[in-house]
Design a protein around this ligand. Sequence first.
Ligand code: ZN
Length: 150
Amino acid sequence: MMDDLKALYQEVIIDHSRNPRNFGQLESANCHAEGVNPLCGDELTLQCLVDDDEVIKDVRFVGQGCAISLASASIMTEMLKNLSKAEAEALFEKFRSRVTGLTHTEPADIGKLEVLSGVREFPTRVKCATLPWHTALAAINGSDEKVTTE
Ligand code: ZN
């Protein structure tokens, strides 16, 4: 059963990395950020449109990287749409604690991000999975600094 689940998660990751959702330029963007994970070679630029109520109306990304980073960015962009900045930050906190194994309590519901939960067994992969989130939050918060996992 666990093996079936792992295989399914892998399929979803491969699908998202080969056909990333929301990949491309966002003409109407009003914030953006760049992120790099030098250890793996993941690089992405994220653009988003945030309205006056701090709700993420649209988000797109371009870049290159490993399957984990691309799948994470792809799934993330699907989930961020129509979330408020605070909701996006809260979701990332749940996801991060899940993949770093910091929480010992009942696992939080992280929705589609569950497919990436296996990276917790591979500490270097955690950076691949969290890079898109660090980059997205930098963009939303208007940070000009390039995001790096190192
Ligand atoms: Zn990577």
